[in-house]
Design a protein. Sequence first.
Length: 441
Amino acid sequence: MLEKLFGIFSKKQFSYIESSTLDLQKDLISYPALAIIRKLKSSGWDAFIVGGAVRDLLLNVKPKDFDIVTNASPHQIKSLFRRSRIIGRRFRIVHVYVGNDTIEVSTFRKPNVSNSFDSYGRILRDNVFGSIEDDVKRRDLTINSLYYDPISERILDYHDGISDLKKKQIVVIGKIKERLIEDPLRIVRIIRIAAKLNLTIPRQLKNVMRGTGILLENLPKARLSDDLLKLFVSGKSLQGFNYILELGLDKHIFPNLGLFSSEKKKGSANLKKDGFIYSALKNLDVTVGNNESISMSFIFAVLFWEKISRLKMSYVEQGVSDYIGMQRATSEILQDINQNFYFQRKHIAGVRELCLLQTRFSKFLGKSPFSLIRHARFRSALKLLELRVKLNEVKIETVVWWDKFHKCPDGEKIQMVNIMRGKTGQRRSSKKRKKRKLSST
């Protein structure tokens, strides 16, 4: 069947390569992906691993996801796999569940030749199914247009993607502007891939990305935030974010917020080295590289902190307490941001908690310091406190004290708190003590 399939192309149109000649690590392929391909092929269908997974396998990087394409229709795919469901309207695909894994299986599609575009030129419907030849032509990047059959161990390379991968460059298939207008999310995707794999974005492509960046404002918020989160957890968020600032895309991703003006180098679009956000993203990349867990709420709290902090100070200057000022500022800023960016409720709650916890690092009365270190988000809050040293909001001695306090034995904790109360002069008021005494009688 595979030989018949390749027979539909002329030699000038495609090349197929034995994967063994490219040192592709087959043992990096997930069992669920292999199982699905075997079942599709044994049922008479063609099936390939496609896109980013093939690209990563060629670079000896373990793919996070395996996407599969086939000439079976969504309903035919669903009939083969008991644990599966068809999802999507814009792109109808099948989620197949194997154990705890979810594999995305798509049907070959033709390039969109209908009038299913919105007023901006974006594709609204893309469910015209076709052959693999049709599917290859509609791919966005050459390095994402590689089709791998792990059974015959052959790679179909229609657009010289392997050559571009070796040259470490991003090449868009077709007319660049048209492809970015079709789906503006490709702008963020190009940045994420270039940063993750240390690939070059050519100047011409950068110019078009800069010019079409405004279209990001018209994307569904959930789609944009999902791809941006992938950038943050890629292990190359610092490089990716510098691309975003260089191309002026921050004003389209977070419109009307002016979040990062104070973080940019003078005369440059890049982040200041060792600045607040620079340090946070650098630490984040190290954490991802060490396979340690990360908090998305912490990432958002860092991105929005300076704006929240400035607004909080304005409330404090009006006479409200630190806590109430922080509460109002966090709610107001998150409400503004949420109009242009999609947050899961747990992330919003997490940002609120991390910001409010900052007000407790200056309190040493009663049980406050002891309950603070037992809080589920204490470690993330301490990281944010440490970063605030970069903004001259906190002294490094304060960070060192809290780091030592949460690690030391209980007896030493009491002694540390008593000493700190003496240094700060914090005392319970006699009025409060009197009220407490009266309430106990």
